[in-house]
Design a protein around this ligand. Sequence first.
Ligand code: DX5
Ligand code: ZN
Length: 221
Amino acid sequence: MKIAPSILSADFARLGDEIRAVEEAGADWLHVDVMDGHYVPNITIGPVVVESIRKVTRLPLDVHLMITDPDKYAPEFIKAGADWISVHPETCKDATVTLRMIRQLGAKASIAVNPDIPLEKIEAYFAHIDMILMMTVFPGFAGQAFIADVLPKIAETKRMIGEKRLPILIEADGGIKADNIDRVVQAGAEVIVSGSGIFKTPDYAETIRKMRQSVQGLHSL
Ligand code: DX5
Ligand code: ZN
């Protein structure tokens, strides 16, 4: 299991320190939520911030684009240092083209799936992705309540990927904390995003330790 703290819940005035703190606390990746005020009603950060983050950490940068024109901006985020790019298919003119472009530019490609999007709608992209980002909240804000109805969809995705022997990771994002991470991992997620579940706790190392402890010995590990 990889833990990817979402910096959306960090103290942006002390971003470098916050990133160093989660890195020392045992984070595996950093999740960067990019929102444009169009696809979602919130505005967060752009490529210049990613470029600065790249300089202060060696953790893989997992950039989640919640923007209306990912074809235009994905190259800028990759140039700034993104290792992974997730796009929502409904924001792309042709998501296959976007995913191919992301890979051609040297990043790993991922498709982000909102809670109300059925699996049949994303199966067509399986050949073009390295990861599926399963949203366990509707995109837009940190600190929302976890939607447990997504768990069977994660399990079904895991089953399909296993059956087809595809090298695709499953990431889960939204409302995940030390007290529900076990259900998400049990369902089949391998990369766990947590924003407020880490940054709003007093001791990041203790929180990440608790998260790892609660999934120890689970069947899908
Ligand atoms: C929601 C974002 C999530 C979110 C995670 O739109 O994609 O990454 O910030 O934050 P928590 O863990 O607080 O739900
Ligand atoms: Zn996200």
